[in-house]
Design a protein around this ligand. Structure first.
Ligand SMILES: [Zn+2]
Length: 162
């Protein structure tokens, strides 16, 4: 195989970023029409802070999959990163800037704090490993993320231009 493959996240310098942050990680025209965007919501500092427990990441995935859709009809998918330091959110091209993503993520995580149970984790029917959840862990990570609200778009910690 000689095809040149570029995986955006492999090109990202994970030592240069400062978590938590919201980063646009992809923007693509779809052949035939339309556009998709991808966002990197990073909850913990790669390789230096402990990654999230898998139960926590799983619960954040479930709840954000629900709450982001309360605030936008342009969410295509929410999925945890395998490294357990954050989430990917795929959207339509309507959400084309990190600022617009932030305007959905902030209330979405705010709503997460109101939940008494993880949606879609009620039974084996609605989730592939329905006992693998930690609602309190998810709330703790959401609070830490929201506490840095003013710095979330400053991905590299250089300060935000006015
Ligand atoms: Zn699940």
């Amino acid at each position: 195989m000689t095809k040149k493959v570029v995986v955006e996240s492999f090109e990202l310098d994970h030592e240069a970023v400062v978590a938590p942050y919201i980063r646009k990680a992809g923007d693509r025209e779809i052949p035939g029409g339309g556009r998709v965007c991808k966002y990197d919501l990073r909850f913990t500092q790669p390789n230096t802070e402990p990654h999230m427990p898998i139960e926590t990441a799983h619960s954040i995935e479930h709840i954000l999959a629900f709450t982001l859709r309360e605030f936008s009809d342009d969410i295509i998918g929410v999925s945890p990163m395998g490294c357990l330091t954050g989430m990917y959110v795929i959207t339509t091209g309507v959400i084309d800037t990190p600022e617009k993503m932030k305007d959905i993520v902030i209330p979405g995580l705010g709503r997460l704090l109101e939940f008494d149970a993880v949606p879609g984790a009620e039974s084996a029917k609605s989730c592939g490993t329905y006992l693998l959840h930690d609602l309190e862990g998810a709330k703790q990570r959401a609070r830490a993320f929201l506490a840095k609200e003013s710095e979330l778009l400053d991905v590299y910690g250089h300060g935000l231009a006015e």
